[in-house]
Design a protein around this ligand. Sequence first.
Ligand SMILES: C[S@@+](CC[C@H](N)C(=O)[O-])C[C@H]1O[C@@H](n2cnc3c(N)ncnc32)[C@H](O)[C@@H]1O
Length: 262
Amino acid sequence: MPLSKTKIIQNFNRAAAAYDELASLQRKIGKSILRNVAQSAFAEHDSPRIADLGCGTGELLKALADEGFENLTGFDISEAMLAEAQKKCGSLPSLRLVQSDIESLPTDKDTFDVVISNAAIQWCSTQKVIEEIRRVLKPCGRLWINTFGPATLRQWRDVFGDFGYDAVHDFDSTDKIESALHRTGFERIEIVSYEVDVTFNSVAAMFDSVRKIGAGAAQANPSRNHISKPDLRAIKRRFETTLKAEGQLMLTYEVIKIASES
Ligand SMILES: C[S@@+](CC[C@H](N)C(=O)[O-])C[C@H]1O[C@@H](n2cnc3c(N)ncnc32)[C@H](O)[C@@H]1O
């Protein structure tokens, strides 16, 4: 089912203030992107131009600046996430923050040496974002993306599904992402995926981890994801039962890491 951009923007605008406190998985996986950029030939390059797509609160941009990278541009669709990024990175001289849909960047062809994106393109059409990256990357530019695959939030999907709700959208598989990269003309494509289980010791903590970081449902058909209060209470009771039986609650994330060259 298609995603609603309006809903995605609302979710992340609401999430922005608490995002950094709750997004520990996103922060953890983002470190591999920092390592890749810092260890690449671009680290020797004279001021490579780097774009972060779906930069959120600017965690990666700030870390890249701390590593000495200049010429950084962050794109995000949520004004509140960008406002947090501005607070975090405000004094950096050569940083630009741009409110934009990353499926259609307000940027000339062949602009960037490096494009990175952490935990963001799962909210977009993979094909459109990859075409945009190909357009704005210079020849021989590098791409590092972390995103999430179909096994992500399967426990959440199953329980909400039992009550008739479509609470998790369809994440693209590694095969689909790889095909999009090939079709668009990328070379030297490397894709790996692995599962991470995040555990919680209360239902409230699990709900916060999904909803307060903006990862709640954003499908375009609201009748499938507007949850009635009685159903929500019943869903929470179901998770309580699992918690009592197993001593903890678990949510799986399928992390997909992509590296490629234009
Ligand atoms: C889970 S956050 C990740 C933020 C950051 N990259 C990080 O690692 O913490 C996803 C971000 O993608 C942004 N986003 C979602 N869809 C987008 C789109 N179509 N265009 C631009 N940004 C988008 C959201 O506003 C949000 O800031």
